[in-house]
Design a protein around this ligand. Structure first.
Ligand SMILES: [Zn+2]
Length: 248
């Protein structure tokens, strides 16, 4: 298991895209923040003194997010005590280590959660009304999934407020996802939770953020499911008729 941290702020390119690099948290040298004030932790510094090439590069524009993952570590072992995990992440790891069930994360598993300062503002502003979560599967040859939490503004525009990339599609990953959001913006007490038909999203959300009054199947998913099934109708004339009937 590895943790990746951002060592400096994002870089904005000429075309407006934002680039964020997450380095292996063991990479580099330990720099005391203020001399004498903060002593080294009992397990010693997590830094190995030289760089580790493992890195996650994220580039996002208004249209898409591109993630490049270089998973090969060098110059160190992976010890859990050197990973600076948040309280809830540590609990999730401890829990899945204990449970021995096959939903646990393995060494090669990958979870990346992204929420920008702008997104934190937006979820705080609009999240109380409605939260929608959606997953896109198998984005690339590594079979990564992209999960997005989306809120709706006053003009009914859906705005993604947090992304999660993972090779896993399990409730544990969704719990880590919602815990990360909670750690950043506190509990979002929303009125309506919209999701596709996978129950894992709501189970994880209610575990972390508490139960929600209204749990709805995303209208968008209903439409999409219709269209997916429409394509099964081979006869184009029949398909047209069914499509027309569904829209009214
Ligand atoms: Zn490393």
């Amino acid at each position: 298991m590895s943790k990746y941290v951002r060592q400096r702020g994002g870089k904005t390119l000429k075309n407006g895209d934002i680039v964020l690099n997450y380095h292996c948290c063991r990479s580099g040298t330990y720099k005391p923040k203020e001399k004498g004030v903060k002593s080294l932790k009992s397990q010693g510094s997590a830094k190995i003194g030289i760089s580790c090439p493992a890195i996650v590069k994220v580039r996002y524009s208004t249209e898409n997010v591109v993630v490049q993952y270089f998973p090969n570590h060098k110059n160190h072992e992976n010890e859990l005590e050197h990973l600076r995990l948040s309280e809830s992440d540590r609990a999730a790891v401890a829990e899945q280590r204990q449970s021995g069930k096959d939903y646990g994360l393995k060494d090669e598993d990958f979870v990346l959660i992204i929420m920008t300062d702008f997104q934190k503002e937006i979820i705080t502003k609009y999240g109380k009304d409605k939260i929608c979560i959606d997953g896109t599967h198998g984005l690339n040859s590594y079979d990564f999934n992209l999960y997005s939490v989306v809120v709706v503004d006053e003009h009914k525009n859906g705005i993604p407020v947090a992304f999660c990339f993972s090779n896993k599609s399990s409730e544990v990953v969704f719990r880590i996802y919602f815990s990360a959001i909670k750690n950043d913006v506190d509990i979002i007490e929303t009125t309506t939770f919209m999701t596709d038909d996978a129950p894992g999203f709501y189970n994880a959300s209610s575990y972390v953020m508490g139960t929600v009054k209204n749990v709805l199947l995303c209208a968008w998913h209903v439409t999409r499911n219709w269209h997916q099934n429409l394509n099964k109708i081979k006869n184009p004339e029949k398909r047209k008729i069914v499509n027309k009937a569904l829209k009214t």
